[in-house]
Structure formats: structure tokens, C-alpha cells
Design a protein around this ligand. Structure first.
Ligand SMILES: C[S@@+](CC[C@H](N)C(=O)[O-])C[C@H]1O[C@@H](n2cnc3c(N)ncnc32)[C@H](O)[C@@H]1O
Length: 275
């Protein structure tokens, strides 16, 4: 079965679109820092692979300007339709949007300066196939830029409790059931070198937040959507959910509570010029 034939584990509900928008706001600075570090700037051709509803795509289009271009690809009909409507209504001329599977791209080979994917590889059964496709569409010297999770279970609420932090194990289990992995960043540099990319930089990305701060709100929003799903998918019982929700509310009132976000990795890897 092609990767894109299974609906993305977090779905494409209106709540998920709102969550992705807020998530983009919270992680915009980390994302644009990574682009800057990779060298994405005016007049470049960029592919945004696994673009979702396109929050980063729109930002990328501003960075590359009208002399540049962004090709956005996603497997979700709903996200692709939304982004197309947005591009049309805002009369944006430097974005094209298409529905597609990142493991079998229909974009022109050897023609992009950059390929960018944020929170995509963790949902793929065969991340190496997506990296291979990205390699194919990049021109020699072009760069693949990835932001994704690694070492996921380092995340937590502290001082917290075992019960509270078992939510991260449950999320890991959910994504594993779907064949992805929130530890994908541990493997990606080796995969990319194996495909003939040269690693330019590896950057750790994470945050600490106190209750009420944006990064705290981000995880809370994720919980609101995902915890009910854990019970629907029978990863958690109704009692586990109830206990967790009570613990979460309690933790917010306790002195010194903070959230350590799931660690992410920013990767910049270059397609080596032949001989
Ligand atoms: C967490 S969302 C991230 C969206 C966007 N990159 C962002 O940063 O907001 C993951 C996206 O990957 C897409 N996706 C998952 N598997 C895919 C595949 N095999 N081909 C294309 N898109 C895929 C999903 O449809 C979803 O839009």
C-alpha cells in the first residue's frame, strides 16, 4: 500500500487544522532560523513536501519572493483543497499545490534548490523512500531541510508524575501502530548519508514552558485532540484518560511545574555534485 493511502494518523479535522496553525505560530522562529541556516532566500525554488494546510508554504513563498517558487505537495485532499483556495483568493503567483505521495513524487527531477519537510518523516513507514524522492528532485548542490522529532520520550512535565508522563509513551504507541516513529530523527542523518547526501548541519530544537505559555498551550491543545483518540483506539482505558486529565490539572497548580517539549532535530543535508 502506498504511504499516502492510509490517512495521516492525526487526521484532517477542522480542529487539526486549527492545531496545525497554532503549532506553526509556536514553532515559526525555529523554522525560519533553520531556513536561514540552510540558505533559503530570495529567488530560490523550494518544494514543501507534506505541506499540510500550508502554513509554512505561505511563509516560504514570502521568503523566496516572486522571483522564486514553492511547490507544495500533500496526500490529504482536504489540506490540498484548502491551500489551493487560499493561494487563489490571495492571488499568490509563486505557489503551486498538488496532491501527491512524498514517496512517489511527480515533480521535475534535478530542479529544486531546496526541499523542506516539517513533521512529515515521523509519519512515514519508509522514510528512506521519501528522502530518495527528495534527492531526485533536488539539483546537484541542492539541500534537503527537515524538522522532525527525535528521542521523543525525553519529553515530559516535571516534577510531574509517571502517570502524567505516560501520555508520551501512549502517543509513541499510537504513531508506531500507524507505522511511523517519533524517534525518526535518530535515524535520519544515517539514512541521508546512505543516500549520498552530505550533512551540512544538525541542530537540536526544543523548549521549556511554564503553564499558560505558548509551548504549554501547544501541548495542551495536542492533548485535547489526541487523548480522546487514545481511548477510542483502545490504547488507553476510560479510567486512564480520567486519571491523566485530573493529574494534568493538578500539575498546572503545583509550584515549579514546567514542560520539556519533545526534542526535535533540524537537518540540512546537501545533494553532492557528481564528479
Ligand atoms: C503534522 S502534518 C505537518 C504539515 C506541515 N508540514 C506543517 O509543518 O504544518 C503532516 C502532514 O504530512 C502529510 N503526509 C503524511 N504522509 C504523507 C505522504 N506519504 N505523502 C504526502 N503527504 C503526507 C499529512 O497529510 C499531513 O498534512
Amino acid at each position: 500500500m502506498a504511504e499516502a493511502d492510509r490517512e495521516y494518523v492525526l487526521g484532517s479535522s477542522d480542529n487539526e487544522i486549527i492545531r496545525l496553525g497554532f503549532q506553526h505560530e509556536v514553532w515559526t522562529e525555529a523554522t525560519t532560523d533553520l531556513w536561514e541556516n540552510a540558505g533559503i532566500t530570495y529567488a530560490h525554488r523550494v518544494a514543501d513536501l507534506g505541506c499540510g494546510p500550508g502554513f509554512a508554504t505561505l511563509e516560504l513563498a514570502r521568503v523566496v519572493g516572486n522571483a522564486g517558487h514553492v511547490s507544495a505537495v500533500d496526500a490529504s485532499d482536504k489540506f490540498v483543497k484548502l491551500l489551493k483556495e487560499r493561494v487563489e483568493s490571495l492571488r499568490i503567483e509563486n505557489i503551486d499545490v498538488s496532491k501527491g505521495d512524498v514517496t512517489s513524487l511527480k515533480l521535475e527531477a534535478d530542479s529544486y534548490d531546496f526541499a523542506f519537510s516539517r513533521w512529515l518523516y515521523c509519519f512515514l513507514k519508509e522514510p528512506e523512500r521519501a528522502a530518495e524522492e527528495a534527492h531526485n528532485i533536488l539539483r546537484p548542490g541542492g539541500r534537503l531541510v527537515i524538522l522532525d522529532y527525535l528521542n521523543y520520550l525525553a519529553a515530559g512535565v516535571f516534577p510531574g508524575s509517571k502517570k502524567l508522563n505516560s501520555v508520551f509513551q501512549a502517543y509513541m504507541k499510537e504513531v508506531n501502530k500507524f507505522y511511523g516513529s517519533y524517534n525518526v530523527g535518530n535515524e535520519l542523518p544515517a539514512i541521508l548519508e546512505g543516500l549520498g547526501f552530505e550533512i551540512v548541519s544538525l541542530t537540536p530544537i526544543n523548549r521549556i514552558a511554564r503553564p499558560g505559555e505558548p509551548v504549554w498551550q501547544w501541548v495542551e491543545m495536542f492533548n485535547e485532540i489526541s487523548v480522546p483518540k487514545l481511548t477510542r483506539k483502545r490504547i488507553w482505558s476510560a479510567k486512564q484518560r480520567k486519571d491523566f486529565e485530573a493529574e494534568w490539572e493538578k500539575a498546572k497548580e503545583e509550584p515549579g511545574t514546567f514542560f520539556f517539549s519533545p526534542p526535535m532535530i533540524g537537518i540540512v543535508a546537501e545533494k553532492v555534485e557528481q564528479g
